[in-house]
Design a protein around this ligand. Sequence first.
Ligand SMILES: CC(C)(COP(=O)(O)OP(=O)(O)OC[C@H]1O[C@@H](n2cnc3c(N)ncnc32)[C@H](O)[C@@H]1OP(=O)(O)O)[C@@H](O)C(=O)NCCC(=O)NCCS
Length: 137
Amino acid sequence: MTPADMAATYAAAFTQSRPWSTQEFQTLLQSPHVFAAGDQRAFALVRVIADEAELLTIATDPAFQRQGLARQVMAGWQAEAARRGAVTAFLEVAADNTPAINLYESCGFESCGRRAAYYQRTQGQAADALLMQRDLR
Ligand SMILES: CC(C)(COP(=O)(O)OP(=O)(O)OC[C@H]1O[C@@H](n2cnc3c(N)ncnc32)[C@H](O)[C@@H]1OP(=O)(O)O)[C@@H](O)C(=O)NCCC(=O)NCCS
């Protein structure tokens, strides 16, 4: 999976926000702390620093959604993050993104905070961010 593959899947999946470019994925992946999980149908990008993992993004191509791929990718990146020494995982999600919140809750993440008007939208009002976390031990 190349940075261009990631940018294509991301652009297909995220319709309400500015897509990340190939260059942005490339730059993130140059960090030794960042890794990708999954494949072009569904992938996640994760950063592990010391004992904390952060889910930077996850996306499933709309042609492959509701087939359990994101759940598989979630399990894969959490195992890799734990292997790299992470004991806690964090993520941020728009408070109105019900599919993603359902996914994260079904993977054991719990809400631990909220940031008001955090996500700018291409149309309409900014959305709050929910912060979620989970123990990886
Ligand atoms: C969120 C997203 C990654 C889920 O991908 P997916 O591969 O379709 O998810 P899965 O098939 O593995 O579903 C796992 C669980 O997530 C939840 N879920 C997924 N899509 C859902 C939907 N449209 N509505 C409600 N719940 C949903 C369900 O709990 C589902 O379990 P179930 O199918 O047993 O009910 C996908 O919808 C997506 O790419 N959305 C756009 C990008 C995005 O919002 N990413 C997260 C940003 S923080």
